[in-house]
Design a protein around this ligand. Structure first.
Ligand SMILES: O=C(O)C(=O)C[C@]1(C(=O)O)C=C[C@@H](O)C=C1
Length: 315
């Protein structure tokens, strides 16, 4: 039986494009569209699918709140892969609609935010409506008696729902990209590839001066590069935050493992979200070389030395 994968649907989302990039051999019948990010998580947790793909962060609008909330607070799942997809937005409408006819525009909140400037300049009087995804907007516009005149969607969504492109390239930033992650139930981690990323959530102990520095130092002293740090309220009251962190490297590497042990000591809690191959590994012009004293070999040598002196061997 082939594997089944859930994703933020309906058909024609950027998330579907991400899933197809991650699982190029999966056929359409293996892909399970879900109406929300939370439903993708639920389908994976319940074992209805082998894994699922959700948007994690966008280069213009930042973290996707629904994904971060599930990763931080929901029943644990592991990130097993990632992919970055360029996001180019098109304004779609039913055949015969002109720009002057457009009074109501629907899309995903992250998509509307990325087209804010264009919409203000070109459709200043149009109202915007947030729906569950860019493809859900296109699907709604295509329905008879549609509540919206136009949708901001991916090119594939327009074709999928039989809409006409009114204007292409309505995004404010031409280089916009979204990072998507592939989630699965806890189990064996992907093997280290030499160009990996580790994601986790750190919960600080009681608030005190330098608490965040202590946390960051665990990575700094082991020369582990952080690629993302996002604070998020825990929900336990104003001023109480946890930190969503991405670091270069795989937890199987001594230097990353030691940094995580250090974090575990200084934090109230640490939620490990996975170690998986970096999507940008091929495009990295200057591969990271840890400084002397922080290579995996240095950590192993120091560990062996400790074992020897603990048993009284002094060389
Ligand atoms: O609605 C979609 O098409 C999605 O895949 C979701 C999503 C997002 O959550 O950011 C993905 C990329 C774009 O930035 C806009 C929307």
């Amino acid at each position: 039986m082939s594997n089944r994968y859930a994703y933020l649907g309906p058909e024609g989302t950027f998330t579907e494009a991400a899933l197809r990039a991650l699982m190029p051999t999966a056929s359409t019948g293996d892909l399970v569209p879900c109406a929300g990010v939370d439903m993708v998580f639920a389908a994976v947790r319940r074992g209805e699918v082998d894994g699922g793909v959700v948007p994690l962060e966008n280069s213009v609008e930042g973290g996707v709140p629904a994904t971060t909330a599930e990763l931080v607070g929901g029943d644990p799942l592991l990130i097993a892969a990632e992919v970055a997809v360029p996001v180019e937005f098109t304004l779609f409408a039913r055949e015969g609609t002109t720009l002057a006819d457009v009074k109501r525009v629907a899309s995903h909140s992250h998509a509307l935010a990325q087209c804010r400037g264009w919409l203000a300049a070109n459709l200043p009087d149009a109202e915007t409506f947030t729906v569950s995804s860019t493809a859900a907007a296109a699907q709604a516009v295509a329905e008879p008696g549609a509540p919206y005149d136009a949708a901001v969607s991916a090119r594939i969504a327009g074709a999928r729902y039989g809409l006409a492109p009114l204007v292409e390239g309505v995004g404010d930033r031409t280089e916009a990209a979204t990072r998507f992650v592939y989630l699965r139930r806890p189990g064996a981690l992907p093997e280290p590839t030499g160009a990996d990323r580790t994601s986790l959530v750190a919960f600080l102990p009681e608030d005190h001066p330098g608490a965040l520095v202590e946390l960051l130092n665990q990575f700094a002293v082991r020369d582990v590069n952080l690629t993302r740090l996002e604070s998020r309220p825990t929900g336990d009251g104003l001023g109480t935050y946890c930190f969503f962190m991405d670091a270069d490297g795989h937890v199987a590497e001594a230097r990353v493992g030691e940094a995580l042990m250090g974090l575990r000591r200084v934090c109230e809690d640490v939620r490990f979200l996975g170690s998986y191959p970096r999507a940008d590994a091929d495009s990295d012009p200057t591969p990271f070389v840890p400084r002397a004293g922080t290579t995996n070999a240095d950590f192993h040598e120091a560990e062996q030395w400790l074992t020897r002196i603990r048993s009284g061997i002094v060389d």
